[in-house]
Ligand binder design. Structure first.
Ligand code: BYC
Ligand code: FE
Ligand code: FE
Length: 471
């Protein structure tokens, strides 16, 4: 396996210097990426020194090097996990054939579409988060935000490498388009719903990194099984970076909950105490969880059947399952007929989005249990709950219908009556803005609405100077 070459303009472990044409094409894209980063990346802070990790090896351990760098100098590069002997296509109709090192002609469009959709989410999230630095609750949190942002930038690089390397001219055009769409833009929005929603405060950010980055985890795990070997290897490495993003989200929400529970212990009013009311946290969970459920696509999907049959996109941990063709089995879905939910069997392949969503829901339930353990620890009776997977959906079988957080069908009118109890309100947003009017930028200083973390990053103390301001 080629080690990482940090001497060339674009750090990589794919022997980029052996392919001059590709190298030149990527070097032409690079300044456009930097322009995008300066225009749409974190607002302010580009001249400051941030304690960031950079990949130094793609092996399981010891891949990260930590040091203070200015974000525009971050070494975005192309890193693929090492090959593991002779890889085969491990599921679907081509099972047992050699894994593809080039794009299989029959599946070119489907594969390009998967890569473009994945790639589009990465810069979208950076755009959504670009104002958050100005209201960071601490240097520790500011650093974590920027770590997530530069790595999402690198994930964009990973998909752009595949487009440039394997899709010729239309791949290069798609790579340009990835820098041209804008989150939330009415003319040229990002592709998937959740990536056009504003992330205006840190509660939203922590919910996003808990729930939406976790969709990323499952989509990447499904793509890490792909018969198209370069996609599988790049997603395998992206997954090592993803763990930290979810950690930031999960611990962030937990720290908000702890602070709220402590400040309201004697029955104090949370707003008077200057903390985030528990119900507001629950509403943000309801929103970001339901938006993230939508990212898995329709419960019954011909695209999903095609992706699986073709060997492009597997199931979560496909390699650990016993059966890899999914031709005979069926999956039971609940479809709405009239005003009732009726069970219906569909061919398993058509239900692959739902199968992946099952794994995701399971994982989210574990996260919520850990939050509730933290609440219990600080003596609070409050408990977070995930809403039903039918609640507030805009994609799939339950889109355009109305369900309560418990999953009961309800009318549009009843939903509107309860909306303010179930989903974030303008008042919630205004309150969060009132809490987050400035950044807390002295080492060891934390905003009063969040508990400090139990430990720092990379063995550094919590009051370490994670960001050094150079202004
Ligand atoms: N919003 O057959 P269907 C991450 C479209 S996150 C808008 O049901 P399919 C990250 C769909 O495109 C991981 N449109 O769905 C996290 C289709 O359109 P067409 C991102 C949507 O195709 C945080 C139609 O509806 N990776 O990495 O089976 C920070 C019917 O579609 C949505 C991937 O998504 C939506 N939510 O499944 C940074 C992996 N959902 O064909 C990064 C690649 C569906 O009618 N993507 N539609 O024009 C895929 O595998 C699939 O495209 C999807 C959809 C799972 C997204
Ligand atoms: Fe990502
Ligand atoms: Fe991420």
């Amino acid at each position: 396996m080629a080690s990482i070459d940090y001497d060339s303009k674009i750090p990589n472990n794919v022997n980029l210097s052996d392919d001059r044409r590709l190298q030149r094409a990527l070097e032409e894209w690079q300044p456009n990426f930097i322009d995008w980063w300066m225009e749409m990346g974190p607002d302010g802070f580009q001249a400051d020194d941030v304690y960031l990790r950079t990949a130094v090896s793609v092996e399981k351990d010891g891949w990260a090097h930590f040091g203070h760098v200015k974000m525009p100098d971050y070494r975005w590069g192309i890193f693929l996990a090492p090959t593991e002997g002779e890889r085969k296509v491990n599921f679907g109709d081509h099972m047992g054939e050699d894994a593809w090192q080039q794009v299989p002609g029959d599946y070119r469009n489907a594969l390009r579409r998967i890569i473009v959709t994945q790639g589009d989410t990465e810069p979208a999230s950076v755009e959504q988060q670009r104002q958050l630095g100005h209201s960071a609750p601490s240097l520790y949190d500011l650093r974590n935000l920027f770590q997530v942002n530069v790595e999402e930038g690198r994930h964009l690089w990973a998909m752009v490498y595949l487009l440039h390397s394997y899709f010729g001219r239309d791949g290069r055009e798609e790579a340009e388009a990835l820098l041209a769409r804008r989150s939330g833009d009415s003319d040229s929005p990002r592709i998937l719903g959740a990536f056009n929603e504003p992330i205006a405060d840190w509660l939203s950010f922590f919910c996003f990194t808990t729930f939406t980055d976790r969709d990323g985890k499952y989509q990447l795990r499904a793509l890490a099984e792909s018969g198209f070997d370069p996609l599988a290897r790049t997603c395998t490495f992206m997954l090592t970076e993803e763990a930290h993003h979810m950690f930031v989200g999960q611990t962030g929400v937990e720290r908000i909950l702890r602070r709220t529970a402590e400040a309201t212990r004697g029955g104090a009013d949370p707003k008077a105490a200057g903390v985030v009311p528990f119900e507001m946290v629950q509403r943000a969970v309801n929103l970001w969880y339901s938006l993230s459920l939508d990212l898995f696509g329709g419960e019954d999907s011909s695209n999903a059947a095609l992706f699986f049959g073709a060997g492009l996109k597997g199931r979560d941990l496909e390699h650990k399952l016993d059966e890899h063709r999914a031709l005979e089995q069926r999956y039971t879905l609940e479809r709405v007929v009239g005003d009732r939910l009726v069970k219906e069997d569909v061919p398993l392949r058509r239900a692959m989005n739902e199968v992946l969503r099952d794994a995701y829901v399971n994982d989210c339930e574990k996260v919520v249990r850990s939050w509730n353990r933290a609440l219990e620890e600080v003596g609070s009776d409050l408990r977070v709950a995930l809403p039903s997977r039918r609640f507030n959906r805009a994609q799939g079988l339950y889109a355009g219908m109305h369900f309560t957080p418990d999953g009961e069908m309800t009318s549009a009118q009843a939903f509107e009556t309860n909306r303010a109890a179930w989903l974030p309100t303008d008042e919630d947003r205004a309150y969060m803005r009132s809490l987050q009017t400035r950044a807390y930028t002295k080492p060891g200083e934390f905003a009063p609405w969040i508990s400090p973390p139990t430990r720092g990053i990379d063995g550094q103390p919590v009051d370490f100077e994670y960001v050094k301001f150079c202004r």
